[in-house]
Design a protein around this ligand. Structure first.
Ligand code: ATP
Ligand code: FE
Length: 351
């Protein structure tokens, strides 16, 4: 089937056309320029931009895919979680299209979109373990089916991408912080400064990253007080120390998540990572080593499908449709929608 996907839950307006598992087009219109002056995403501005750009994104996605509205078999739309104004724009457009074309519509959980993406690009059987590490999320999920997720743990404060971005800001490096910090870390000595390894002393898979930011701030300020400023080598060493701490904590918690997952004796055990932070070579290397040691397959979708996009929504929608799911015209936009409740009704207001 040919499915149109719509995504407008954060600061990217996206539309994509998927045929089977083939991504015919994937249009992503960012809003970074609109929010840059405010130091974060402004919900009202995002909502307006989505409302303005969604039509255009759909037009471009259809044109690039070489299909018309009539060729579509279904419409899949992010119906949560996210900024409500943007989600509403997407849901309203989906309802309009589905009604006008007389085609089925399916509401998709944005996080399910991320979590199912490895199956779009790989032959990956259920259940697999998923580590989602991005600018806004950090969680471990056992993915058992398109609506069946078990959350093993996640961050109790910042997401790692956010921590990388804040670190860059504190050290005067450009945004997004991840790639900048990683580049400097390569020139640094990770052992020069002592960074904590938050929550490793506690059982379970929960993570915390806000303490690393505080540690970095304290180390930076002490250097500035002692020597009147930061040398280039100081910045590199701080980046290396910070990155090593993130890597260690994520790797150790992944080890624990793997233990729980492997306890269920999956047929073809696999770890999939997704999210912008999965681009980090130090982290990837450590996770790959861990998987090799535990004889677990390691896989990561290409970055363009890891960051927010609508192909992942169309794909998740295709799995739900194949499972017989449909949404009706009462489909609600949900600002909050935890993944392990994803099995809850996609239909109606959910009340
Ligand atoms: P979400 O999709 O969870 O709402 P998001 O759109 O902000 O959040 P992504 O686009 O998946 O997240 O990822 C962006 C984040 O990834 C940024 O915080 C960025 O600093 C981080 N990142 C990108 N490359 C790297 C890298 N090489 N090392 C570490 N972090 C990185
Ligand atoms: Fe996302």
């Amino acid at each position: 089937p040919t499915i149109l996907g719509l995504e407008s839950s954060c600061d990217d307006t996206a539309a994509a056309v998927l045929r089977g598992r083939q991504v015919l087009s994937s249009v992503v219109m960012g809003q970074a320029d609109l929010h840059a002056a405010f130091g974060g995403v402004v919900p009202e501005i995002a909502a307006r931009a989505h409302a303005e750009k969604l039509d255009l994104a759909v037009e471009q996605a259809l044109a690039q895919a070489g299909v018309t509205l009539d060729d579509l078999d279904a419409v899949a739309v992010t119906s949560g979680p996210g900024l409500i104004g943007g989600v509403l724009s997407g849901v309203m457009l989906a309802k309009g299209l589905a009604t006008a074309l007389d085609r089925p519509m399916i509401g998709v959980n944005h996080l399910a979109g991320h979590a199912l993406t490895p199956r779009l690009t790989d032959d990956l059987p259920y259940p697999y373990l998923m580590l989602l590490v991005s600018g806004g999320h950090c969680q471990f999920l056992i993915v058992r089916g398109p609506q069946e997720f078990t959350r093993l743990g996640g961050t109790i404060d910042d997401a790692p991408g956010e921590a990388f971005d804040k670190t860059a800001r504190l050290l005067g490096l450009p945004q997004p912080g991840g790639p900048a910090v990683e580049a400097r870390a390569r020139m640094g000595d990770a052992r020069r400064f002592a960074f904590p390894r938050p929550l490793l002393d506690r059982p379970g898979c929960d993570l915390s990253f806000s303490g690393l930011k505080t540690a970095l701030l304290r180390l930076r300020d002490r250097l500035i007080a002692d020597q009147g400023g930061l040398h280039a080598q100081d910045v590199s060493d701080l980046c290396a120390g910070f990155q090593a701490a993130v890597r260690d904590v994520l790797t150790e918690k992944t080890r624990r998540a793997l233990e729980i997952y492997l306890d269920g004796a999956p047929q073809a055990p696999a770890l999939a990572v997704a999210g912008g932070v999965a681009a980090n070579a130090a982290l990837r290397g450590a996770l790959q080593d861990l998987c090799a040691e535990r004889q677990v397959r390691f896989t990561a979708p290409p970055l363009a499908l890891c960051t927010d996009n609508a192909a992942m929504i169309a794909y998740a929608g295709s799995e739900l449709l194949a499972a017989g799911q449909r949404s009706d015209m009462t489909l609600a936009a949900r600002p909050r929608w935890p993944l392990d409740q994803s099995a809850a009704p996609l239909l109606g207001s959910g009340k």
